[in-house]
Design a protein around this ligand. Structure first.
Ligand SMILES: Cc1cn([C@H]2C[C@H](O)[C@@H](COP(=O)(O)OP(=O)(O)OP(=O)(O)O)O2)c(=O)[nH]c1=O
Length: 631
């Protein structure tokens, strides 16, 4: 019997557990879930140093495990599952990630590090909803992680070795199994016990509840899933409503009329750590003292109305390099920041307060300091700095977007209105001055660094020996590719004005020699030879006619078996769901002759040039990835 209606949603689906872990199988079987076990072949070898936090590594490994199984079942077994579940458990102590020990000595090393201390156990989980459409695999990925803190007692060497000789540590993250003999080593556990054993069942059920029962207009007050929603709640849902939640249906959670808060003054809202707004209503009284229902305010519309204010606050704080200042000197008072950056105290204080309220800064009695994300993403030298893209957004995209109305009326780019000059070529705009060129390159570099790992690992590219990244700009993706595939040689091909300015962006390191830069115009010049041609955020810049010119050139140099890897924001076929991609298409309207396209549109373009087996990975992240092969 299935006790929980959330799991009941999976009863009629082909559910696959992409894991060989007997513990995970047991946890899910125990709650009545019926599933097939297809262990993943994904090798757990992601570069740990490229993740900013240990849990990100666990989540990415879980995603890759599940993606590998979903793809293999679709392509090799010709059986597309409905849902694939992947998980990865790691132990983290002193910022280090511990996985399964390779031998007894390794187990000893791990257990000694945990001895007498508290550590974290993270399990990353990926739930992939799959669908085969026109024989192509379409996927929607949901992922999350759970953290449990565990403390070991002070243990003697003798005890550690006795435990290691039991053989128990070998197939377990961190070298211990809390559910068996290892339980004797543990002083306390804070959090979900099952998470330590390999699967955070409670969080998993909450995620399914979010996916299958998105908050509707009937239950807006109950948005917060502090616990698995009660059976009662589900019984009130009609079948029609719950069915529409399947696969893409849960996106409806963000539709305008499905979320509401109540009249200001009568509602108290707060955001919990996962960003879910909770609220409770206070009855209002009319003039006769009769209580009446408060009028709903359209919170989503209000949020959209103000969206530009938040963007601009972020842009200005970035332009003033406030995050850089605070990284070096924080916490700081508003007056000191204002003095340092040469701004008014009253204006600076308001900006800092707004940034703190938006979650970009922390405000304490000592002053303002950066949040962890600000250090990573908003400082100009942060590991995944978006500073370049933010400045580009402020200086270039903002003036263009203020002319969106004209762009919509005229159906064309607005560079002449925004910048007072007419350019016949998109990139001539960017490269007319050294300053604008460097700003544009920094912007492209920051986005490429953020997305490179997804692009490089969406498909197994290890069969390719050489790749050519057309329009590869600073080489950020190329460097990621050679890290993931050490045997691969990548040529970055871009305009001479770009190639001449790439040195500033180059990393130093052992793989640097595998990346070379060649200058040229891909519409006019000969393309370098390669097994794999990469077009990342390139096709969306151009209209179909120009894409045909480019693809026919690539097709002409491609031998059979060679491939194209595209990275773009792919629209859904109905062009109604992916708002980020649809807004990006407006972004292309205001500045280019290009647009974002759907999977079907990309497939049609590619097939016309002899590229078949078009496989589309909807990653749910900034870029979706398409791979196709030349017949
Ligand atoms: C810390 C700890 C981990 N573990 C287990 C859970 C996981 O199975 C394992 C961590 O390895 P994982 O790589 O997460 O999983 P796995 O190799 O067992 O299975 P697959 O990769 O096919 O999904 O460690 C315990 O059983 N008890 C514990 O106390």
């Amino acid at each position: 019997m299935v006790l929980n209606p959330v799991l009941g949603k999976l009863v009629s689906k082909r559910v696959v557990l992409a894991s060989a872990s007997p513990r995970r199988q047991e946890i899910l079987t125990n709650v009545g879930l019926r599933f097939e076990v297809v262990p993943s072949w994904f090798k757990e070898t992601l570069e740990k140093s490229s993740f900013t936090a240990p849990y990100e590594y666990a989540v990415e490994t879980a995603r890759q495990k599940a993606l590998e199984v979903a793809n293999r079942m679709h392509v090799k077994h010709l059986r597309t599952p409905d849902v694939v579940i992947g998980a990865d458990t790691i132990v983290s102590v002193d910022e280090q990630i511990l996985e399964k020990p390779v031998d007894k000595q390794d187990a000893y090393r791990m257990l000694s590090r945990l001895n007498g201390k508290e550590h974290s156990v993270f399990t990353g989980v990926a739930i992939i909803h799959c669908r085969s459409k026109d024989n192509q695999l379409e996927m929607e990925i949901t992922d999350f992680y759970e953290e449990t803190k565990v403390k070991f007692s002070e243990l003697s060497e003798e005890l550690l070795w006795e435990y290691i000789h039991s053989g128990e540590p070998m197939d377990k993250a961190g070298g211990y199994g809390i559910q068996a003999l290892g339980g004797m080593l543990v002083e306390y556990v804070h959090g979900d016990f099952l998470n330590v054993v390999g699967f955070p069942l409670n969080h998993f059920c909450k995620k399914l509840a979010e996916l299958y029962y998105p908050p509707s207009k009937h239950n807006v007050q109950h948005k917060k899933y502090d616990s698995i929603p009660s059976v009662d709640t589900f019984e009130k849902l009609s079948d029609g409503e719950s069915e529409s939640s399947n696969f893409t249906g849960h996106k409806d959670a963000s539709k305008l009329d499905s979320v509401g808060i109540y009249s200001l003054g009568a509602v108290y809202t707060s955001e919990n750590s996962s960003g879910v707004r909770t609220g409770f209503t206070v009855p209002l009284e009319n003039q006769n003292g009769v209580s009446q229902s408060a009028a709903k305010l359209p919170s989503k519309i209000l949020e959209l109305m103000d969206g530009f204010r938040a963007s601009k606050a972020l842009f200005v704080a970035s332009k003033l390099k406030i995050f850089d200042h605070l990284k070096d000197k924080g916490p700081m008072k508003a007056v000191d920041i204002a003095n340092d950056v040469g701004t008014s105290v009253c204006g600076t204080e308001r900006l800092l307060d707004a940034c703190a309220a938006l979650g970009l800064l922390e405000k304490t009695l000592q002053g303002y300091s950066n949040t962890d994300s600000a250090n990573i993403y908003l400082t100009s030298d942060g590991k995944y700095s978006l500073h370049g893209y933010i400045i580009h957004s402020n200086d270039h995209l903002w003036p263009l977007f203020t002319n969106l109305e004209s762009a919509v009326k005229e159906g064309s780019r607005q560079n002449h209105r925004a910048f007072g000059k007419k350019a016949d070529d998109l990139f001539k705009d960017y490269y007319h001055s050294q300053e604008v060129k460097q700003r544009f390159m920094a912007a492209m570099h920051s986005i490429a660094r953020l997305t490179a790992r997804d692009v490089a690992t969406a498909f197994d590219l290890s069969q390719f020996k050489s790749a050519c990244d057309l329009g590869g700009c600073t080489g950020a993706l190329a460097h990621e590719l050679v890290q993931v595939y050490p045997d691969l040689k990548v040529t970055v091909f871009d305009l001479p004005e770009v190639i001449a300015n790439t040195s500033y962006f180059q990393p130093s390191g052992q793989h640097a020699a595998s990346v070379t830069f060649v200058s040229g115009d891909f519409f006019k010049d000969n393309l370098p030879e390669a097994d794999l041609y990469i077009l990342s955020r390139v096709l969306h810049d151009w209209p179909d006619e120009k894409i045909h010119v480019l693809l026919s050139k690539v097709s002409a140099v491609c031998r059979p078996g060679c491939a194209i890897l595209l990275a773009e924001m792919v629209l859904d076929d109905e062009k109604k769901n992916r708002s980020t991609a649809l807004l990006q298409s407006l972004n292309m309207l205001v500045q280019t002759e290009g647009k974002e396209r759907s999977g079907t549109e990309y497939r049609a373009l590619l097939e016309q040039h002899g590229f078949t087996n078009v496989t589309i990975r909807i990653t749910g992240n900034l870029l979706d990835i398409i791979l196709c092969v030349k017949m």
